[in-house]
Design a binder for this molecule. Structure first.
Ligand code: UDP
Ligand code: MG
Length: 318
């Protein structure tokens, strides 16, 4: 099979039939063999009935997963990725904001230009709100700096992947925003970008609020940390804990010595316990020690993780 198209959705009953008809048209025009996997992320409207109806009309093409409750877009993509059988996997939002017309060119970029992943770039966005567009620019700039991947629109819902990519990454939590980073960390570094048409939402409203930016930044921080120190947390906690301890220890010695020097010269000096720097240095020593010990705990956690030896092997000769 050429293509698996994965559509995560939450309460999008009005859009699904139109989206499906559009996908079908583009797929037939380009004579792709394909499957469409709808992942219903715990909708409370009639989205699932709509999907069941499509399934009964086209049992070979339509596949569906329904979550018992709303887990989020990342879990929906995860389950879709697991089910996908096509050589190329495409993800697309259900709200008709992403256009299926972009898919053939993305597929060509993967097949002919050798990309592992092609991400959409909503160069001209139709989300209508400045409150979304401007933070999104800042956010993408930070994401570029942290991940080293030069994408203008990391979180675009429209993306195409070589199937090995989605089988080798694990999207969880809200990490769908950083799939290119997950892919890069799994060794798929040929990441391309294609400008895509974006449209205003036709039905319903956006399922993500402004908290996406706060959560997005926190997730970016976690991913950066996990990627750099996940397998050797002591390299982080040990270094900074020791540094903090040593600097503060030296500070305390200096405080002590200066007191002794003052005494030996007969200069009146205050008690060490009256010196505010003493308390700052003491707190620093305690924090440094705690950080160091956290490093041990983190090592225990990471050593006992089940996938501590989970390497992405590309080829093997035996
Ligand atoms: N979505 C989902 N689970 C959620 C939230 C959203 O499956 O918990 C789907 C939603 O139905 C849509 C896609 O993710 O197909 C993108 O969501 P939305 O259009 O609300 O985001 P925006 O376009 O505003 O970034
Ligand atoms: Mg949308």
């Amino acid at each position: 099979m050429d293509l698996s198209i994965i559509v995560p959705l939450l309460n999008e009953e009005e859009s699904i039939p139109e989206l499906y008809a559009w996908i079908t048209r583009v797929m037939t025009e380009n004579s792709f063999s394909y499957e469409v996997i709808f992942v219903d992320d715990g909708s409370t409207d009639s989205s699932w009935n709509v999907i069941e109806k499509l399934k009964s009309d086209a049992p070979e093409t339509v596949k569906g997963i329904k979550f018992r409750r709303n887990y989020g877009k990342s879990p929906a993509l995860f389950c879709g990725f697991r089910m996908a059988q096509g050589d190329i996997v495409v993800t697309m939002d259900a709200d008709l904001q992403d256009s299926p017309e972009e898919v053939p060119e993305m597929v060509r970029m993967i097949r002919e230009d050798g990309y592992d992943l092609v991400s959409g770039w909503k160069k001209k966005r139709y989300d209508g709100k400045l409150s979304k567009n401007i933070p999104s620019k800042i956010y993408n700039w930070t994401a570029r700096k942290v991940t080293g991947i030069h994408l203008h629109d990391m979180n675009c819902g429209l993306k195409a992947y070589r199937s090995e990519v989605v089988k080798n990454i694990e999207v969880y939590g809200e990490m769908h925003r950083y799939i290119p980073f997950l892919a890069k960390n799994a060794g798929f570094s040929k990441i391309g970008e294609k400008v895509v048409h974006h449209q205003a939402r036709k039905f319903g409203k956006s399922k993500f609020g402004l908290d996406r930016f706060v959560n997005g930044y926190l997730d970016l921080l976690s991913l950066w940390f996990l990627n750099k120190f996940g397998k050797q947390p002591m390299h982080f906690f040990g270094l900074w804990g020791s540094l903090m301890f040593i600097i503060c220890f030296i500070a305390i010695i200096i405080i002590g010595i200066s007191k002794l020097v003052a005494l030996s010269h007969g200069v009146p000096a205050r008690l060490i316990a009256d010196n505010p720097y003493f308390y700052i240095a003491l707190t620093g020593m305690i924090m440094g020690t705690l950080m160091f010990l956290t490093g041990f705990v983190a090592e225990l956690v990471s050593r006992s993780s089940q996938n501590r030896n989970d390497y992405k092997i590309e080829k093997e000769l035996v």
